[in-house]
Ligand binder design. Structure first.
Ligand code: SF4
Length: 161
């Protein structure tokens, strides 16, 4: 079975902006981890951002939609777009190096979100859209699912064969 790229925070690694993780408990995760199929990645750390770090969102007008290079990712004060693009490229490089065609990434994140992200107003409001890493991966033919879509992964992987 092919390997799967996964958000490191879903595996319990304390890489979130607030220094915490968001472990995703699921028998499929346990199975894939036991088989050594999961390749963790944290694009924001790989892009050079520290833990902890200020929360960031994709600016209003930047989404929803495919990352087109014109949107900005900002904290309340600072443009951090370059860090997010660097991290997205690192995630893509890792996926390509491992022959990965499928990813399971954390919903709502401005990097990893695949269906819903925060709207850039820092008011906890969600909009349809995807994070920078998800957009990079999808633009390069890698299927990305959120953790709430994990049951779709086995079928997607079977189709890759
Ligand atoms: Fe998790 Fe992705 Fe955010 Fe890193 S960038 S903390 S892997 S959601």
């Amino acid at each position: 079975m092919e390997k799967i790229l996964i958000s490191a925070c879903l595996l319990g690694q304390p890489v979130r902006y607030d220094g915490r993780s968001c472990p995703f408990k699921c028998s499929l995760i346990d199975l894939w981890q036991a088989k050594g199929l999961l390749v963790p990645v944290c694009p924001e750390m790989d892009g050079g951002l520290p833990v902890p770090r200020p929360p960031a969102e994709i600016s209003p007008g930047g989404g929803p939609g495919v990352w087109a290079g014109t949107a900005r990712v900002t904290t309340r004060q600072v443009d951090v777009t370059a860090f997010f693009i660097k991290g997205a490229q690192a995630a893509l490089d890792k996926a390509v190096a491992c022959g990965i065609k499928t990813a399971l990434l954390k919903q709502k994140s401005p990097s990893c979100g695949s269906c819903r992200i925060y709207d850039g107003s820092f008011s906890r409001s969600l909009v349809a859209g995807m994070g920078v890493t998800t957009a990079f991966l999808r633009q390069n033919g890698i299927m990305v699912f959120g953790e709430d879509q994990i049951n779709q992964l086995p079928q997607a992987i079977a189709h890759n064969k």
